[in-house]
Design a protein around this ligand. Structure first.
Ligand SMILES: [Zn+2]
Length: 134
């Protein structure tokens, strides 16, 4: 019998192939997903995680979306973010508190690095920036 026609190797998969799993935050092959879903995709691996873990990851993704790459909570999101500090789910609350502290820390460091020793033009605007308590 004639040898099977050798398939030419497929070109490298384009980056847009597959879907982005919101839970593990990875771009994964379409085969990693069970069915075409609507909107948010969850890969098979993550589907097996169970409700609590997914619930936590969902909240985590929400929190991380509210932060800049610098580790700051976006100004317009601060009110919303604060609600998570009283979240009934202990892990979510803990994570929110952690990110909130990070935000504080980054703000403090920013202020310190921006403070010009020879130009103490501090008319209180810096403090306003810090003291944004609700
Ligand atoms: Zn996943």
């Amino acid at each position: 019998m004639a040898a099977k026609a050798r398939k030419t190797p497929k070109p490298a998969t384009p980056r847009t192939a597959g879907r982005f799993c919101w839970s593990c935050q990875r771009q994964r092959s379409s085969q990693s997903f069970s069915a075409p879903g609507a909107g948010r995709y969850l890969c098979r691996e993550c589907q097996a995680l169970g409700k609590d873990e997914l619930d936590f990851r969902s909240a985590r993704a929400n929190l991380e979306r509210m932060m800049t790459d610098d580790g700051l909570v976006r100004r317009k999101q601060r009110r919303h973010f604060r609600k998570f500090l009283d979240d009934p789910r202990p892990r979510v609350k803990e994570l929110a508190e952690h990110l909130w502290r990070l935000d504080r820390q980054v703000r403090t460091e920013k202020l310190e690095s921006e403070a010009q020793p020879e130009a103490p033009a501090n008319d209180g605007t810096a403090m306003e920036f810090m003291a944004e308590e609700g």
